[in-house]
Design a protein around this ligand. Structure first.
Ligand code: ZN
Length: 260
């Protein structure tokens, strides 16, 4: 009887030691598996838009959380994780959060020197323009979207007239106004720089006759003088002094701080 008890006890001891080491192994395997899945997902260029990615593994069950740009990226992430050796099941908790439509413009002066950027973002109230300008004359300058994406130096006449899909007259203070591309004035400080935002309610980056993304493109022009916001066709704002083609490039945080 005593021998049986001892054998049972020893057996139990061995069993619990085995369980503990199995559980320790499992923890190591879980960590390795989640690291392997994370590495696979972050190295896949098709999944470059995944953000805040967190991967947890438990007994071969892998949970993905974070933000995916589209349903397609969410699906591809799951498929890619499923393909990693050792993954039995994928729980896909990725949240689909579409990125805003954006575009950029990089301004040059009549000599072709870079003088700043505009970052354009589609918002519910129209297109928001964030201007970061430099090396410009201090004071107020009329600023408008023109109907062609062509900034041929030195006079930028190639950009055509103000973007005007509704065939109205120039300026917010004009009873027959205004052009969809009229952005009013910007004020450049004494150091020649400006950092400001303007929202244009009648513009969009999406497919539409009011879209800045159109065949032949559009451009933003900064004029020498102040726009009176009522004189047709250009608010007596003088000659163009800087021009930037609207370019629907992927938004990068560095782009807005760099003059290309
Ligand atoms: Zn105008």
């Amino acid at each position: 009887m005593k021998i049986l008890m001892t054998t049972l006890g020893l057996g139990f001891l061995m069993f619990s030691v085995a369980c503990q080491s199995q559980s320790a192994n499992r923890q190591v395997n879980d960590a390795q598996l989640s690291a392997a899945v994370k590495s696979k997902l972050t190295s896949d260029t098709r999944l470059a838009s995944l953000t805040d990615l967190d991967v947890k593994a438990e007994n071969g069950k892998v949970s993905l959380s974070g933000e995916a740009e589209s349903e397609e990226v969410k699906r591809l992430s799951e498929e890619t994780a499923q393909g990693v050796s050792g993954v039995a099941r994928v729980v896909n908790n990725l949240e689909v959060t579409p990125k805003a439509e954006t575009a950029e413009a990089h301004f040059v002066d009549f000599a072709g020197n870079p003088v700043g950027t505009a970052l354009l973002t589609e918002e519910s109230g129209g297109v928001k323009f964030h201007f970061k300008l430099n090396k410009l004359p201090a004071g107020f300058h009329g600023i408008h979207v023109h109907e062609k994406g062509d900034c041929t130096k030195p006079d930028f006449k190639s950009a055509g007239k103000h973007f005007n899909p509704e065939a109205r007259q120039h300026g917010a203070a004009n009873p027959k106004g205004f052009h969809a591309g009229d952005l009013g004035n910007i004020e450049v400080g004494s150091g020649g720089t400006a950092d400001l935002e303007v929202t244009a309610p009648q513009l969009t980056l999406k497919a539409s006759d009011h879209s800045l993304i159109r065949p032949g493109g559009t451009a933003i022009i900064i004029h020498a003088g102040r726009d009176d916001e009522k004189s047709d066709p250009s608010g007596n704002s003088g000659n163009p002094i800087a021009c930037g083609v609207v370019d629907k490039a992927a938004y990068t945080h560095t782009a807005i701080h760099t003059n290309r």
